[in-house]
Design a protein around this ligand. Structure first.
Ligand code: NOJ
Length: 535
């Protein structure tokens, strides 16, 4: 089937200059001393985010859940889990953020529920239940889930399709080419699948009407099964985008798809390039072995050893950038709750070079909570709520040096959601606020630079100038009507000198470990520079 080309409205203006911050709610700020972060805690930290230059927040799921996958197993889409507060707290968060000029995007877990969701419980128990057609019950035919060893089976002994872990039954948005032998496979246009779509729309409407500003959609490409091409899936999301454009034009759709060409064509405003799917991001920072394609973790560019190959990133990124530029945004986040935090290196130098790149690339930047102070990935702590390999990147935010639980919570340390970084030099917001050279201030100045020079922002054009294999800097240009900029990024631990004719007459805006004379740029190991070019 040919792809239909979507004619969407322009993205809301706020997205053009947006810098997002991702909050893992259970680990950000605990206001009531129960050891788990909550919505009032987040509200109390909004001024901190504002100061950092953040303009929008993405919250991981905050909904009622048995928490066997940390809230990605929802049992009530319309209710905030009591451990985070109430729906009223969510409304207050939206309002407080809006008053500060910030937006709040929720997580939409569109592809599955918990097996404890009342729809599923009723549908499993009663084959005549109206909720039956919301799921994919396969009778005696076992189905292998994406993760987890168990074969999904209801207490009544029936198999079903799970979307991720066995206890996350997939919702029924249809099959691209249903197999007539398998009666649970319906076409996406079947009334049962369309009814599911309407239910999802009502869930979105519910939260939009309460004041949220859009959704990050979990596993956005998983909704329609049995794909041979993307047409049906893209049609489904285009339908949602068209509806948003007319009914909620200020709302955004952000995909967890990691294939911007497909996601933007489907009507998404933004798609992440992350640790799975299209490989661009993994060529920069690697990926957890658990999700590596056939166990192959590529050598990464952000490595002092200089063994990576930035050409691989450029080739893959450019393919998606050229196809989506002007229609939607790619996001290269600093991290997220599904993969290891980036390595800090000595004195956070490696992070500074990484952020210099991530915050001068086109698209919408996302900063994962704690990355702005260089929180480390904790090793060896027990798994929590299905965290698997992801435990160490979900630990509590480190607010205040010397305070109980580093200011995250007043609870007994025993009751903390996850343990805190025990290192004596665990970075904290309080220490870094007091140190003008800290990573926190550095991140703030990068965001400010991006916002001051529009060409460095979300819409400025991007063009690679120098991309070679090995320990060579990556040099690229950003430009718009207001000017042209050159950025050199050198994560390897070797001194390098490069000749760049573009640098003649250039003004240095920000650099660490870099000097230039005329067209010659001398870079220390682990360094970067950002220039405004003469023309
Ligand atoms: C992707 C989410 O980011 C991850 O945390 C979750 O476990 C799966 N989707 C399942 O919802």
């Amino acid at each position: 089937m040919p792809r239909s080309s979507l004619k969407s409205a322009a993205p809301p203006d706020w997205l053009r200059t947006a810098v997002f911050y991702q909050i893992y709610p259970q680990s950000f700020a605990d206001s009531n001393g129960d050891g788990i972060g909550d919505l009032p805690g987040i509200i109390s930290k909004l001024p901190y985010l504002k100061e950092l230059g953040i303009t929008a927040i993405w919250l991981n799921p905050i909904f009622e859940s048995p928490f066997r996958d940390a809230g990605y197993d929802i049992s009530d889409f319309r209710k905030v889990a009591p451990r985070y507060g109430s729906n009223q707290d969510a409304v207050q968060l939206f309002q407080a953020a809006h008053q500060l000029g910030m937006r709040v995007v929720l997580d939409l877990v569109a592809g599955h529920t918990s097996d404890e969701h009342p729809w599923f419980v009723e549908a499993a128990a009663d084959t005549r239940s109206p909720y039956r057609s919301r799921y994919l019950f396969t009778g005696a035919e076992p189905q292998t889930p994406m993760f987890g060893d168990a074969i999904p089976k209801t207490p009544q002994g029936e198999h079903y399709v799970a979307n991720f872990l066995p206890f996350q039954p997939a919702l029924n948005f249809g099959y691209n080419q249903p197999d007539p032998e398998r009666t649970w496979q319906l076409a996406p246009g079947d009334p049962a699948c369309l009814a599911m779509r309407e239910e999802l729309r009502e869930i979105m409407r519910f939260w939009l009407d309460l004041g949220c500003d859009g959704f990050r959609v979990d596993m956005a490409s998983s909704l329609i099964k049995g794909e041979t091409d993307r047409a049906a899936l893209q049609g489904l999301w285009q339908d949602f985008r068209t509806w948003l454009d007319s009914s909620y034009p200020e709302a955004v759709l952000i995909a967890e798809w990691s294939n911007p060409m497909d996601a933007i064509e489907a009507g998404y405003h933004v798609d992440f390039m992350i640790h799975f799917g299209e490989p661009a991001y993994t060529y920069l920072v690697g990926c957890p072995a658990e999700v590596a394609v056939q166990g192959q973790v590529p050598s990464m560019f952000f490595d002092r050893a200089g063994g990576g190959d930035i050409r691989l990133f450029v080739e893959n990124y450019l393919k998606h950038y050229s196809a989506t530029s002007g229609r939607g945004y790619i996001s290269l986040p600093t991290g997220n709750h599904d993969f290891h935090r980036p390595r800090r290196g000595r004195e956070f130098a490696d992070l500074r070079v990484l952020y210099a790149m991530l915050l001068t690339m086109p698209g919408v930047p996302f900063i994962y909570y704690g990355d702005e102070i260089g929180m480390r990935n904790l090793e060896g702590i027990p798994e929590k709520e299905g965290s698997m390999w992801r435990t160490g990147d979900r630990t509590p935010m480190q607010w205040e040096k010397g305070a109980p639980n580093l200011g995250f919570s007043k609870s007994n340390p025993r009751d903390l959601y996850l343990s805190l970084d025990p290192a004596v030099d665990a970075p904290t917001v309080s220490e870094q606020l007091a140190d003008p050279d800290s990573l926190l201030h550095f991140t703030r100045s990068l965001i400010a630079l991006r916002r001051t020079h529009s060409a460095l922002g979300n819409d400025g054009h991007f063009r690679p100038l120098l991309a070679e294999q090995g320990d060579c800097p990556f040099v690229y240009e950003r430009c718009d009507d207001s000017g042209k900029y050159l950025i050199a990024i050198h994560p390897a631990d070797t001194e390098r000198t490069v000749e760049l004719p573009e640098l003649l007459g250039a003004t240095l805006l920000l650099a660490e470990g870099a000097e230039h004379t005329g067209s010659r740029l001398c870079l220390d190991g682990v360094s970067f520079a950002v220039f405004k070019l003469q023309r």
